[in-house]
Design a protein around this ligand. Structure first.
Ligand code: HEC
Length: 105
């Protein structure tokens, strides 16, 4: 049986490291939990829709770019004192984008 050399293992590890994104990927599952726990109920009530997801897909929405989305998430977070950490804000923005808005980040 041919042995795999230490050098080739090192090369594989190195290439895996190099291809990993520089910034940690957002945690979409965490974003979903936050939306359900902190955001959904109020959006359902305030929007007049029966469903808290619909504020994200309304045709007259204010969010036109990924930057708008991050701004709006930050606004709801600070205005309403939801006390999300910046990582959580990023997670929920990424989740909403993947689920509803589908902007290119
Ligand atoms: C206490 C009520 C309330 C809570 C809690 C709340 N929001 Fe909002 N949110 C609103 C209202 C009201 C609007 C509509 C604002 C407007 O039309 O100017 C809105 C709008 C938004 C929009 C823009 C929707 C669009 O496309 O037009 C986003 C994105 C958003 N909220 C994200 C969040 C996130 C994320 C959370 C939870 C971390 C959250 N909000 C929690 C009240 C709330």
């Amino acid at each position: 049986m041919k042995m795999i050399s230490l050098q080739s293992i090192a090369a594989i590890l190195l290439s895996a490291l190099m291809s990993a994104p520089a910034i940690a990927a957002p945690d979409l599952a965490n974003g979903k939990v936050i939306d359900q726990q902190k955001c959904y109920a109020c959006h359902a009530k305030k929007s007049g829709f029966s469903n808290g997801d619909m504020i994200y897909t309304r045709s007259d929405g204010k969010v036109k770019t990924f930057a708008d989305l991050k701004k709006m998430v930050a606004l709801c977070n600070t205005e309403l004192r939801l006390d999300l950490f910046p990582e959580d804000e990023a997670d929920v923005a990424a989740f909403l984008n993947q689920q509803f808005y589908k902007f290119k980040p």
